[in-house]
Design a protein around this ligand. Structure first.
Ligand SMILES: Nc1ncnc2c1ncn2[C@@H]1O[C@H](COP(=O)(O)OP(=O)(O)OP(=O)(O)O)[C@@H](O)[C@H]1O
Ligand SMILES: [Mg+2]
Length: 373
């Protein structure tokens, strides 16, 4: 069944925004969140690396332990009416990963030991799948705790944004790496155990006692935690395939972004069987499509001199703008033809000031909820 954005905001529990790098995923995620809050929902937006000014508007920064609500006063100051609430949180792999360690370590003592481990402090960002897994982990926690009606999930700036669905598998693959396997708790043959003893001694000679102890503690404790996370691949897939989880694609009218959008469409629907609800074509000039253009055509005889040359330059600008708009119209019409009967296509306007204040977000939010251009 085809949904409008408004219906998604009213009925879904989670909306995931994906798309190519730089197309406006974070901006659209924040605008969707504001639109939901305006409809009376208690909304949480989980953003990834918002621009500095948008981060300030949302009140988020790295290392925050929990979501931050935007105060009623701030909405009032910006002249934005909101009947629900809007909280935001920046997904920081390290913070989420620390919380996972706390939860899975068994005891406070061993959690502390791992969290203070020098190697752990530097490695979480490097482990394949860890960043995406932390997003899933955070999302899961918020879905369970019922403090929010709707959660909007922004995704990382990469072609592999959908990796978070594969995160547990990727963690498992990482654990299958030869070096790591030696250190997995309660696994390995006698031969492996003997080899890991030898390795331990070699490390000791090469690195010195303190660093070796640090490294071995890290491997032993962290591999156990990764192993646990890696077992949950099916659960993660099942969660994202639930009918109350919607996926939307954000794209700009540029060719590369549209190719990426195609990829996301295929991947989410054909390969993963997810609930892809629609596509937002961001940064279009379709709003000014019907404007009347000043007739700047230069007639043969008059005017002359500087005025004529200025008019000629204006004409070039007007022509190229018109061409751009025609291109956006073509892209929009083609997108409408390409999406299935169950998916919407919504064109969003290019905002000359960018998207960083509550007013900008309001402007996009109102457009998200209208369908035709
Ligand atoms: N409709 C719009 N009109 C004008 N500027 C926009 C619009 N949407 C987004 N932008 C601007 O484009 C830039 C990129 O937007 P944003 O950070 O939302 O993209 P993103 O897809 O999340 O990027 P990344 O892939 O790097 O995370 C920002 O400066 C933002 O203000
Ligand atoms: Mg982003």
């Amino acid at each position: 069944m085809k949904h409008t954005t408004r219906e998604l905001l009213e009925t879904m529990r989670v909306i995931v925004c994906c798309g190519a790098g730089g197309v406006g995923k974070t901006s659209v995620a924040a605008s969707l969140a504001l639109a939901g809050a305006k409809l009376g929902k208690r909304v949480l937006v989980l953003t990834i690396d918002p621009s500095k000014r948008l981060a300030e508007t949302l009140g988020v920064s790295r290392h925050q332990q929990e979501p931050v609500p935007i105060s009623a006063q701030r909405f009032a100051d910006a002249g934005v009416e909101v009947s629900g609430s809007l909280s935001a949180w920046m997904l920081d792999p390290q913070t989420v990963s620390d919380a996972v360690v706390q939860r899975l370590s068994g005891s406070n003592e061993s959690a502390k030991q791992l969290l203070n481990n020098k190697i752990y402090k530097n490695v979480t960002a490097m482990v394949a799948g860890m960043q995406e897994y932390t997003a899933v982990e955070a999302l899961h926690g918020f879905v369970k705790d019922d403090a929010y009606d709707l959660i909007i999930l922004d995704t990382p700036p990469s072609r592999n944004a959908l990796h978070f669905l594969d995160a547990p598998n990727r963690i498992t693959e990482f654990l299958d790496g030869r070096v790591f396997r030696f250190f997995l708790p309660k696994e390995g043959s006698l031969f492996q155990k003997a080899t890991s003893k030898i390795l331990e001694r070699v490390l000791h000679i090469a690195l010195g006692k303190d660093s070796t102890t640090e490294l071995l503690t890290f491997f032993k404790m962290f591999s156990g935690i990764l192993l646990h996370l890696g077992r949950d691949a099916k659960g993660v897939r099942a969660f994202f395939a639930e009918p109350t989880v919607a996926f939307v694609i954000v794209t700009s009218p540029e060719k590369e972004a549209l190719l990426e959008a195609e990829y996301f469409k295929r991947k989410t629907t054909v390969e993963l069987g997810l609930n892809l609800c629609g596509v937002y074509l961001n940064r279009t000039l379709l709003d000014i499509e019907k404007h009347s253009w000043p007739e700047a055509k230069v007639k043969d005889k008059e005017p002359q001199g500087e005025l004529r040359s200025a008019l000629e330059k204006l004409q070039v600008l007007a022509d190229s703008e018109k061409q751009l708009i025609e291109g956006h119209r073509k892209v929009y019409d083609e997108l409408c033809d390409k999406v299935s009967a169950e998916q919407f296509t919504v064109a969003l306007p290019y905002l000359s000031e960018g998207v960083s204040t509550l007013r900008h977000l309001t402007s996009l939010a109102s457009r998200l909820c209208t369908i035709e251009v």
